[in-house]
Write a protein that binds this ligand. Structure first.
Ligand code: SIN
Length: 296
């Protein structure tokens, strides 16, 4: 077992920290894992540079923080390790080896699921020299920036997360999903403000500007309110952009952060990422955070 001399370096005033002194392939002691977990909860996203995990080692590292899950887009999962989702524009034997496009629209992973993943790990195996960045927004910090009257208007409210309506925003070039998709992906009620199940922090639980309907509001009021929340949440001044280097690994908390990728020249460059996700709970809102297992 390798005792790591771990140090943390904040990456922006609002979110993110680089973790130095950890090799993810090592059999890390519980104390190191606890420190990483606390930093993950505090900073929302952690960056580990110069990593080189095999898929099995990435799954083993993910397991230190929860149950790795096989994600929904299973056609892009590795056959040897189905918990690893391949995001890549590369081809092998004439076939794509993964999903070529990561959404360029703000989102949180699995927003459309009853139990979305608590966390996501993304390892940059091969990254372009320009473009293909990942942006992050801190949704708990965004909630804090809202005027009190606006918080009062949204606390405890739900909206209907409509995946079918959302898909064309994420993947503009693709065929518009047909009505049959609604049977596969029914609308999912989600809290507009989500209480973090470990820290009790309240966070906005919205994504890019898709006209999702806030329950109990007419269309006009719902759209106007969503647009106000969106402007606060994704104000670029408070977001952080990660420029990838080969060997970078990011680990983020989907209960606090939203993210999006940027475009790159897919004809000139290859971008191959391994992604794992950690099982999560049903999102909820608790006015005083009391349903959360408050971290000390
Ligand atoms: C994702 O949206 O899960 C991946 C983001 C990226 O490829 O940068």
């Amino acid at each position: 077992m390798v005792e790591a001399a771990l140090s943390l370096r904040p990456l922006s005033p609002v979110l993110g920290a680089e973790v130095e002194g950890v090799d993810l392939r090592a059999d890390l002691p519980k104390t190191t894992v606890r420190t990483i977990r606390e930093a993950w909860l505090r900073y929302g996203v952690l960056l580990f540079r110069r990593q080189d995990p095999e898929p099995s080692q990435l799954v083993a590292f993910t397991r230190r923080f929860g149950e790795p899950v096989v994600y929904t887009r299973s056609e892009n999962a590795r056959t040897d390790h189905p918990e690893v989702l391949m995001l890549s524009n590369a081809r092998a034997a004439g076939r794509p080896i993964g999903a070529a496009i990561s959404s360029r629209y703000w989102h949180t992973d699995g927003h459309f699921l009853e139990c979305p993943p608590a966390g996501t790990l993304l390892y940059g195996k091969q990254v372009p020299p320009e473009g293909g960045d990942t942006w992050f927004a801190h949704m708990a910090a965004a909630y804090q920036r809202l005027p009190g009257s606006l918080r009062g208007e949204i606390d405890g409210r739900a909206f209907l997360m409509d995946r079918v309506q959302t898909l064309p925003y994420h993947y503009p070039g693709r065929k518009i999903p047909g009505p049959g998709q609604k049977l596969l992906w029914p609308d999912m009620p989600q809290p507009l403000v989500r209480t973090h199940p470990e820290t009790g922090a309240q966070a906005l639980y919205i994504g890019g500007l898709v006209p999702w309907r806030i329950v109990g509001m007419d269309r006009e009021r719902s759209d106007a309110l969503m647009a106000r929340l969106h402007a606060v949440a994704f104000d670029q001044k408070f977001c952080w952009r990660h420029r990838w280097q080969p060997g970078d690994l990011l680990m983020w908390d989907n209960r606090t952060l939203a993210h999006r990728a940027t475009a790159y020249d897919m004809e000139r460059y290859t971008r191959t990422m391994y992604r794992t996700t950690i099982a999560g709970d049903r999102p909820f809102y608790s006015a005083d955070g009391s349903r959360a297992a408050l971290a000390s």
